[in-house]
Design a protein around this ligand. Structure first.
Ligand code: FAD
Length: 304
């Protein structure tokens, strides 16, 4: 279907379940695609030890990820651009142009944007004051070695704390979980874990890094100040959409509703909305996005 105007029939941004499903579906109807992913394919699934809500008998994230990755790598019509990040997306009447972090530009009639969500940072939480420009990794991405024999300050009480503890059931670690009143209901599932110390706070001020550890001044919910020290700090304050700059329409919450986009831009997976963030919905919406591009392209051809 691609002609000399375009590098490929379909550009896919993001190699999570939505992007991978899009590539498979596109190939099944004969469309060539280029999938751009800065990390490895299905990076998030590799961090989920126990899966919920996935049909087909998969119970572990890595098992499902291995299966998807193997299928993608044998999909000849899909060219994988791993280790590359999209830095800009532009769409006009004729094509979409995607710029990657090498400066290279790719063109296609359609793009599927499936870049998912990423962790909120300390600057996004009103109850945290942090040094300018500080970014921290989410706790659920920490490896056992990052935690073993160490004390970790965890900012926020979001549910991935439970995922981390289940993924590392024998890790000898101490999690100091500083959380605001808004997260009170979320920390119930980890309250009884002896590795967790709960620190309800009204406000927390992270000090600039000195040496290898971290320290913070916390004002407890009862108005009691205390100093917290730890070996490292991680985030568990929730997620925000990871939409690249350019011609994407964002709602007030930062998500990119599929119905509000340029006709050549199709949004799939978690980036659509905070409401449908599941693996099966990502797979379904990615597949649907590829078919949407396919039918749109045929319609255009039929009219010309
Ligand atoms: C700890 C945890 C546990 C979970 N457990 C479950 C569960 O048990 N069951 C369930 O159904 N769901 C679960 N989920 C949710 C599920 O993982 C997501 O709904 C699903 O991964 C969304 O797929 P996606 O393809 O939309 O996005 P993602 O999986 O987030 O993939 C997006 C991809 O886009 C890439 N990307 C980002 N920016 C760019 C860019 N600029 N250019 C190119 N690529 C980019 C990212 O590197 C990433 O690989 C869990 C999530 C977490 C965090």
């Amino acid at each position: 279907m691609a002609d000399t105007l375009y590098d490929t029939d379909l550009i896919i941004m993001g190699g999570g379940p939505a992007g991978c499903a899009a590539a498979r579906m596109a190939a099944s109807v004969g469309m060539r695609s280029i999938l751009v992913e800065p990390d490895r394919l299905c990076r998030n699934l590799y961090r989920i030890p126990v899966l919920n809500n996935v049909l087909g008998g998969y119970t572990s994230g890595p098992e499902l990820a291995d299966s998807i990755v193997a299928e993608l790598k044998s999909t000849e019509l899909c060219r994988l651009e791993l280790g590359r990040r999209v830095t800009e997306l532009r769409a006009d009447d004729v094509h979409v142009t995607v710029t990657v972090d090498t400066g290279a530009r790719l063109t296609a009639p359609y793009v599927i944007v499936a870049t998912g969500v990423g962790p909120l940072q300390p600057r996004d939480a009103t109850w945290i004051t942090a040094p300018d420009g500080l970014t921290l990794p989410p706790l659920w991405q920490a490896e056992a070695d990052d935690a073993e024999g160490r004390t970790l300050l965890v900012l926020g009480g979001d549910r991935p704390i439970g995922t981390f503890l289940r993924a590392n059931p024998t890790a000898d670690t101490c999690l100091l979980v500083a959380y605001s009143a808004a997260d009170e209901y979320k920390i119930e599932e980890v309250r009884e874990d002896p590795r967790v110390t709960l620190l309800p706070v009204e406000h927390l001020t992270l000090r600039p890094a000195e040496g290898t550890g971290v320290s913070a001044e916390a004002m407890g919910q009862g108005g009691t100040p205390r100093t917290i020290t730890a070996d490292a700090a991680y985030l568990s304050i929730g997620n925000a959409p990871t939409a690249p700059p350019g011609d994407l329409t964002r709602g007030v919450d930062g998500y990119c509703p599929p119905t509000d986009q340029h006709p050549r831009v199709i949004v799939a997976g978690d980036l659509r909305s905070a409401r449908f963030q599941r693996i099966m919905t990502a797979l379904g919406s990615g597949s649907e996005a590829a078919l949407h591009a396919y039918y749109e392209a045929r319609e255009v051809l039929a009219k010309s």
